[in-house]
Design a binder for this molecule. Structure first.
Ligand SMILES: Cc1cc2nc3c(=O)[nH]c(=O)nc-3n(C[C@H](O)[C@H](O)[C@H](O)COP(=O)(O)OP(=O)(O)OC[C@H]3O[C@@H](n4cnc5c(N)ncnc54)[C@H](O)[C@@H]3O)c2cc1C
Length: 420
């Protein structure tokens, strides 16, 4: 069988699943994508902050994060919380996070995250000039805004590390921050400007991917849930749907986001994962609009202009697969905005529709990408945590490389889905 004759089944229709489907179709393969939601649902992939961030080369599991997390847990409006519950999975995930948050591990992970993000940025840039894609890519950089000297000092260290890794970073005082984005007033002590970061409209990008997948002949099965697999000890033969239908294929790609562990379990895969819930609200006509996206450092809030709209989002709640909205955490996000942008107030955003998404968080902050479970025809691409939009194009490309047998360009051991 040539690669072009391959029939690939992709499970999950978020940014990762559709990016994989697109790249596979572009290489001439046949693709069926199975998504249990409808065309109007989109899990974690539409209301996110839309940032493409080569600046985020430090994985979530990093030294200092554990103590910061513990301190935040006692504040109901803080940007991070874990709901303690008697769950072995949660305890085991926490221990793995702790083990991964070592300087040596982070040092090894940083160049990998940098390379993945820069490759993704390049693909985004190429796609933005490709017919059928119009997702508002803005290559204007990102401002990391700090209100305190302490935070600015920490960001200065990150900026120095960024430069040593070849990621552009410029340390700014308050005046220089204002000069970077004269479109809006800011009340900060300084910040860091990451010139290679970009922003875009993730819902439009996902919409473009969906149309392209359809146009290239991909079959999309909306409203169908994969419940099991027909398999031998070496190979998967078919995905078995809740309806009882079977979808056979030559290759199977698991891109189920925060729900991937239960899909993988049917194949004997162990994909430790916690869902990291976050929220966003989007103002259709804000009183003031920055032109550059920013991160409010102390508040851990993302602020992104999208066309004439303004999105603010944040928080990371580890509360299982519970999708309810915590008003207190949301208030924590909204309250922070006026402190950094005096022309914007909490009340500007308080009546708006709230979007929520479950980030698929691996314990070491690295995605799971690779062949898995000793099966010759299973590929996993999930666990992207806070970087699923940033890394979607490169993840799709890696899935296609794995299936076509192309040489891999990254340290795949760090991404190995069988690493736990
Ligand atoms: C507030 C917030 C802000 C964010 N901002 C950014 C940002 O600025 N930049 C960035 O890079 N990332 C950001 N992220 C993270 C990013 O949104 C996620 O990492 C990304 O959307 C994950 O995509 P995914 O395709 O893996 O998962 P999802 O979008 O969750 O898609 C997985 C899909 O699989 C389907 N599925 C699961 N199980 C089955 C099954 N058994 N059968 C069929 N279908 C199944 C689900 O229904 C779902 O649609 C943010 C996240 C949040 C919450």
């Amino acid at each position: 069988m040539t690669v072009r004759d391959k029939n690939v089944v992709v499970i999950g229709g978020g940014l990762i699943g559709f990016s994989a489907a697109y790249q596979l179709l572009k290489r001439g393969m046949r693709v069926t994508l199975i998504e249990r939601g409808s065309e109007v649902d989109a899990s974690c992939s539409t209301g996110n902050a839309g940032m493409v961030v080569p600046s985020h080369f430090v994985p979530l599991a990093a030294p200092g994060m554990i103590w910061k997390g513990i301190r935040w847990m006692f504040d109901p409006e803080s940007p991070f919380s874990i709901r303690p519950r008697p769950s072995w999975e949660l305890i085991s995930w926490g221990l793995k996070f702790y083990m991964a948050a070592s300087p040596a591990r982070v040092k090894r992970a940083m160049p990998v995250l940098r390379d993945l993000a820069l490759r993704s940025r390049k693909i985004f840039s190429e796609l933005s000039e490709t017919e059928g894609f119009e997702f508002g890519l803005q290559k204007k950089g990102l401002l990391m805004l700090c209100k305190t000297r302490k935070a600015l000092g920490h960001e200065a260290e990150i900026a120095a590390t960024a430069k040593s890794l070849g990621v552009e970073a410029e340390l700014l005082d308050a005046e220089a921050v204002l000069a970077k984005d004269p479109a809006i007033q800011m009340d900060v002590v300084g910040g860091v400007y990451f010139a290679q970061d970009c922003h875009l409209d993730p819902a439009r990008f996902l919409g473009d991917l969906r149309s392209q997948v359809r146009q290239l002949g991909g079959v999309i099965r909306w409203g169908e849930e994969v419940k099991d697999f027909r398999q031998s000890s070496t190979k998967v033969k078919a995905a078995v749907l809740k309806s009882g239908d079977e979808i056979s294929g030559d290759e199977f790609v698991i891109c189920g986001g925060a729900w991937s562990p239960s899909v993988g379990k049917k194949l004997g895969l162990r994909l430790p994962m916690q869902a990291g819930k976050g929220y966003s609200v989007t103002h259709p006509n804000p009183p003031a609009l920055p032109s550059i996206c920013s991160l409010l450092n102390e508040a851990r809030v993302a602020v992104t202009p999208m066309g004439g709209k303004l999105r603010i989002g944040g928080t990371m709640e580890i509360v299982g697969l519970d999708e309810s909205v915590s008003r207190r955490r949301l208030n924590g996000i909204l309250k922070s905005i006026g402190g950094y942008f005096p022309e914007l107030a909490e009340t500007d955003f308080s009546g708006l529709e709230v979007w929520k998404g479950l980030r698929p968080c691996s314990p070491d902050g690295m995605p799971y990408i690779g062949r898995a479970g000793g099966r010759e025809n299973v590929v996993v691409a999930t666990g992207h945590s806070m970087l699923g939009l940033s890394l979607a194009p490169v993840s799709g490309e890696m899935v296609a490389d794995l299936i076509t047998g192309a040489a891999m360009k990254y340290d795949m051991a760090l991404l190995d889905p069988d690493r736990y």
